[in-house]
Structures are given as structure tokens and as C-alpha cells.
Design a protein around this ligand. Structure first.
Ligand code: HEM
Length: 169
């Protein structure tokens, strides 16, 4: 097997593994973990905060997201010869790729920013040593709502990514 074939297969494997991790975690957290935590109210919110802000899950998600998108762009450029993009294969992968870049934008531009703000607010509340004030409670609820909707938008984008990649590859 030629070296460039080995490199291509390696890159494709890294691409699929990182993409599957990113999408899989988003589906499980949005579809099951977050709704269960909401049902448990206080305890559940605390669990979610520890999971998203104090465990290494966020770093893993970010690393997987960047790896999937960057390896995808390299694969895309290596496939994209003249006219390729206008074949049904090319159109499907292009739409899937654009949806993946948009999902990365939502992740970095909304989810990450909201999670940082939640972490700051959580620390502020802990520092006072008292239960959250009404204003802090309202702020936290608004941030959680933003996160709820942004993660749903991400899931829709991921469905477009998966359909695009499945039809295109
Ligand atoms: C959530 C992010 C992504 C996931 C889960 C994902 C998933 C996949 C999967 C599972 C395959 C293999 C499909 C098969 O062989 O049947 C694939 C292939 C491919 N993906 Fe992605 N992908 C993602 C992002 C991207 C991005 C951002 C691009 C580029 C803009 C891209 C470009 C490609 C290309 C060009 C191939 C075909 C490689 C080949 O020629 O064999 N992907 N992707």
C-alpha cells in the first residue's frame, strides 16, 4: 500500500472516530442526560454543572470537534478535484461539511460562552455561601434555557452532517 493511501486511511479513521465521539456525546447529553437532570431539579442541575464544568468532558468535546472538522477539511480538499463538488457525492458531503462547521460555530460561539458564564455565576454564588439570590437564579435559568436551545440546534445540524456524510461517502 502506498504511503499516501496509508495516510488517507489514517486520516479517514481519525475523522470518523472524532466525529462519532462529538456527535454521540451531543446526542446522549441533549437527548437523555440533560432531560433527566432537569427532572431531578436541584440535584440534577448540580450534576450537570459538575459534568460540564468540572469534568474533562468539555475539553474532550472541543478536541473531538476541532479534529473532526479539520480532518474533514483536509479530506475534502484531497477529494475536491475539478467538478467533484457538483456530483451528487460532492453536493452531499459539501452540505454535511457546512452543517458541521456551523455546529462547531454554535459550540464555540454559544455553548462554550454560555458554559463559561454559568461557571462564573456558579463561583459567585459559592463565594457568597448563601443560596442564589432571585436575580442570580433568574440569570442561571436564562443561561440554562439558552444552552437547551443551542444544543437542540446542534443536534439538528448533526443530523444534516450524518445524512450528508452517509450519502456522500
Ligand atoms: C460532525 C462532524 C462530522 C462527522 C460526524 C463526519 C462523519 C463522517 C463519516 C462517518 C464519514 C465516512 C462515511 C462513509 O465512509 O460512509 C465521513 C467522510 C467524509 N467527511 Fe465527514 N464528518 C464530519 C465533518 C466533516 C467536515 C467538516 C468535512 C469537510 C468540510 C467532512 C468531509 C468528509 C469527506 C470529504 C469524507 C469522505 C472521505 C472519503 O473520501 O472517503 N466531514 N465523515
Amino acid at each position: 500500500m502506498a504511503l499516501n493511501q496509508v495516510l488517507f486511511l489514517g486520516l479517514r479513521t481519525v475523522h470518523v472516530l472524532s466525529g462519532v465521539f462529538w456527535v454521540g456525546v451531543a446526542f446522549v447529553v441533549t437527548g437523555f442526560v440533560e432531560p433527566t437532570a432537569r427532572r431531578l431539579k436541584g440535584e440534577g442541575q448540580r450534576f450537570l454543572q459538575v459534568l460540564m464544568l468540572q469534568s474533562r468532558l468539555r475539553q474532550w468535546i472541543m478536541a473531538a470537534a476541532w479534529t473532526a472538522v479539520l480532518s474533514g477539511i483536509v479530506l475534502y480538499s484531497s477529494d475536491a478535484h475539478y467538478g467533484w463538488v457538483f456530483t451528487p457525492y460532492g453536493v452531499a458531503v459539501t452540505i454535511g461539511g457546512i452543517a458541521a462547521v456551523a455546529a462547531l460555530g454554535v459550540g464555540m460561539g454559544v455553548l462554550r460562552v454560555v458554559a463559561d458564564r454559568m461557571a462564573e455565576l456558579g463561583k459567585e454564588i459559592q463565594r457568597t455561601g448563601r443560596p442564589p439570590s432571585e436575580a442570580q437564579g433568574q440569570q442561571m435559568a436564562a443561561l440554562q434555557q439558552k444552552m437547551h436551545w443551542a444544543s437542540r440546534v446542534e443536534v439538528v445540524l448533526f443530523i444534516v452532517v450524518l445524512v450528508g456524510m452517509a450519502l456522500g461517502a
